[in-house]
Design a protein around this ligand. Structure first.
Ligand code: TC6
Ligand code: FAD
Length: 649
């Protein structure tokens, strides 16, 4: 163990194990998580030492090898794909595998949108991996605007078949994970045509490849879309269907029927699988940011640089600016952890309501999940980059471990709904509730009795240590943004603009409003969660400091908004800033212990900078020695150099 980290750990004022169990839910949950991880990490197939030294083809092949191992593990340990255990394994691989879309979207779409008969037919095949499917919705021409998708499924009454067709180049399916080379089936989103009329987007199960030799079936043009920023293990694909015929029974018909068309009670029920993934992404944002913070904090405790006082070269974690970069990332990771818990609770509640036939709650779920998906992925992507830069030059090396998950995580701002679009969807619901406060759900309860308070009750730094005071500040900021934007919208329509153009004209303000609302929700949920949890008093003291930092940092970060609301004044912002400095000092002593409580296995972080033992420099040197350029003392391409050096060009 490197001495600096040992010293940091000895100074901690709370019990790390207590926080580990609190974040995992209980001691039993921690034990189970570790057991699952050890099954995975003790398998050499999941090692990644030469990850950046191999070609894309090899990366993909290894992805399939890992898939086989993971499936094998699940079979041996009787782990079902829809279980919490599988979700944990999924996160622990820290790499999207080529068959994940099968598990997270193909099976859930059949389960959510298939009739009982369809589920009886398809689920055993899919769950036993007799077929492998993906979720093929996005097209070359449209991803966001689902009503604009061009793929057609036309019902042929005489043969009782649908003819599925991609009529144009822009109608080609583009992006679905596992589509290019792995999957032999897909749920395809297509415009349903029956008796000459279009009834909008519905889901169809289409076989794409032979179950005998995996060759594409007649009428199917399919392949990989090429290299991307990340997701190298995954064969995101393209697909063109040339009048492919599928049986009538392959349209997922739990909510709608074809031939004599019967529409679903709520047409957006077809979008349910996307909502479920958006819910999961909130928790994933917490995990990614917690991992990045762990690397950056441990490294900052080991890395010594320059001097504060002459003759003493401190760990860079002693620089207040370093703390100001990194401690808010720890706080944000914890805030998103509790937001993720909230999202799973509300998702389960709405699912049981849907099961009982009540579809109205999906609108609220969509509003909340779309907003929080955008807010948490946006913030965590930015946070990972802050952590990477906080590691100086070594943060730029692949040995830091940042790139591997950052490159995949960047995509989360786009997949499952591009973030601006998701914010605007969430805002649509927010402004409806503002106009009709009686309909506002619990998460927007402040809209039911909007009170524009005159003045923030803060006179000293102690006042910004009060949860209720801080929550009120975020509530007032959101209210001020929402009410001024609502006024703007009203004015625009009053002077003749139609509602859609007015919405576009005011959309920058709308974006600020929904972000302010999401921020308010996260702060409130964080503080309420802490209030409800049992913990020892030393741990409570630490958790309180971190939560207060999250809120005060948020005020400082958006001071313009808070001042503009008229609720806060410049003196109070200064008190907030003073409080932040006080909190950084308080958290400093526990920073390493807090990230230890995130409890990432070294084999998960795969970082020379962030390993538990802090043995940074030896690991970096070991990493460098593995570079393929170092296989020989003189590289074979010296032949060119020699000619340059000898002027024999
Ligand atoms: C590992 C990575 C894997 C990645 C996989 C993927 O990316 S897969 C691909 C992921 N792709 C994407 O994520 C694509 C993103 N695009 C979309 O999700 C949609 O096209 C849209 C929501 C932007 C608009 O859709 P549209 O033009 O059909 O909608 P509209 O304008 O006609 O009506 C809006 C109304 O619908 C409501 N409503 C909407 N969604 C839901 C819902 N889920 N639930 C409930 N309700 C919902 C909304 O509240 C509003 O209600 P209002 O106010 O009228 O009462
Ligand atoms: C890694 C990855 C994996 C993916 N996996 C899958 C998959 O498995 N299955 C699948 O079907 N798809 C998948 N996708 C596709 C993904 O869901 C879409 O790319 C995403 O929904 C965004 O749609 P788009 O590409 O059409 O973006 P666009 O909508 O074209 O976005 C371009 C710009 O236009 C803006 N914009 C668009 N509409 C509006 C609006 N109404 N108001 C304001 N601004 C707007 C956006 O904010 C953005 O700045 C994946 C994508 C990625 C990156």
């Amino acid at each position: 163990m490197d001495a600096p980290l040992l010293k940091e750990r000895e100074r901690a004022t709370f019990n790390v194990t207590e926080l580990i169990h609190l974040l995992n839910g209980s001691e039993e949950e921690t034990k189970r998580r570790k057991e699952l991880e050890s099954w995975l990490y003790n398998n050499p197939v999941f090692r990644q030492d030469d990850r950046y030294q191999i070609s894309r083809e090899e990366v993909y092949e290894r992805g399939l090898q890992k898939t086989r191992e993971l499936v094998n593990l699940c079979r041996r340990k009787n782990i079902k794909f829809d279980s919490l255990d599988f979700a944990r394994l999924n996160i622990s691989t820290l790499e999207e595998l080529p068959f994940f879309l099968h598990v997270i979207m193909f099976i859930p779409t059949i389960r959510g949108q298939g009739t009982e008969e369809q589920k009886r037919k398809w689920l055993p095949l899919a769950e036993d991996l007799k077929i492998l499917g993906t979720y093929a919705q996005t097209e070359l021409g449209h991803g966001t605007f689902l009503r604009g998708l061009e793929t057609k499924a036309t019902y042929d009454v005489s043969s009782r078949e649908f003819i599925v067709n991609s009529p144009t180049i822009t109608s080609m399916k583009w992006w679905p994970g596992g589509l290019g080379k792995t999957c032999n089936y897909a749920v395809i989103a297509a415009q349903l045509y029956t008796k000459g009329k279009c009834y909008g987007i519905h889901m169809f199960i289409v076989q794409l490849r032979s179950l005998e030799d995996h060759k594409p079936l007649p009428g199917v043009t399919i392949g990989d879309i090429g290299n991307k920023y990340g997701f190298h293990t995954v064969d995101n694909g393209f697909l063109r269907l040339d009048n492919v015929r599928i049986p009538y029974e392959n349209m997922l018909m739990r909510y709608a029927k074809a031939c004599d068309y019967i529409p679903p009670v709520n047409p957006k029920i077809n979008y349910g699988t996307m909502t479920s993934i958006r819910v999961d992404l909130v928790k994933d944002a917490s995990v990614i940011l917690a991992a990045a913070s762990t690397i950056a904090i441990r490294y900052s405790a080991v890395r010594h640089q320059t001097e504060i006082r002459p003759g003493e070269e401190p760990p860079v974690l002693d620089y207040i600016t370093q703390q100001f970069k990194l401690f808010p990332q720890i706080a944000t990771a914890i805030a998103f952890h509790f937001a993720g818990d909230y999202m799973h609770r509300i998702y389960d509640k709405v699912q049981s309501e849907i099961f009982d036939g009540h579809l109205s709650a999906i609108t609220e779920l969509h509003g909340i999940s779309a907003g929080l998906k955008a807010f948490t992925t946006d913030t965590s992507i930015a946070g990972v980059e802050i952590c990477r830069r906080a590691c100086g030059g070594h943060g730029y090396s692949n040995a830091s471990g940042f790139q591997r998950f950052y490159e995949n995580w960047l995509g989360s701002a786009t997949y499952e709904g591009e973030n601006t679009v998701m914010y605007l969807q969430a805002a649509r619901y927010l402004f409806k509730c503002y106009d009709n406060p009686k309909e506002a759900p619990e998460t927007m309860s402040y809209l039911r009795y909007p009170q524009n308070k005159m003045e923030w009750n803060v006179k000293s730094a102690d006042d910004v240590s009060n949860y209720a005071t801080l929550i009120t500040a975020f509530e007032q900021r959101a209210l001020s943004k929402i009410s001024s934007t609502a006024k703007k919208l009203k004015n625009l329509t009053h002077y003749g603009m139609n509602r859609n153009d007015a919405w576009n004209a005011a959309s920058v303000d709308i974006l600020h409003s929904i972000k302010a609302h999401c921020h308010y929700f996260i702060v409130k949920n964080y503080m309420q969660s802490l209030n409800h949890l049992k913990m020892s008093s030393p741990l409570r003291q630490v958790m309180t400091a971190v939560a207060l930092l999250y809120a005060n940092y948020g005020i400082d970060e958006h001071a313009g908004d808070f001042l503009e609301s008229g609720f806060m004044n410049g003196k109070q912002i200064n008190l907030v800033r003073a409080k932040i400095l006080q909190l950084l000092k308080e958290i400093r002593v526990n920073a390493v212990a807090i990230v230890d409580s995130f409890d990432f296995d070294d084999r998960f972080l795969r970082s020379a900078l962030g390993a538990y033992d802090g043995n940074v420099y030896n690991r970096l040197f070991k990493w460098a020695k593995l570079s393929p350029l170092n296989k020989t003392e003189v590289h074979s391409s010296y032949k060119y150099l020699r000619r340059i050096l000898q002027s024999k060009l």
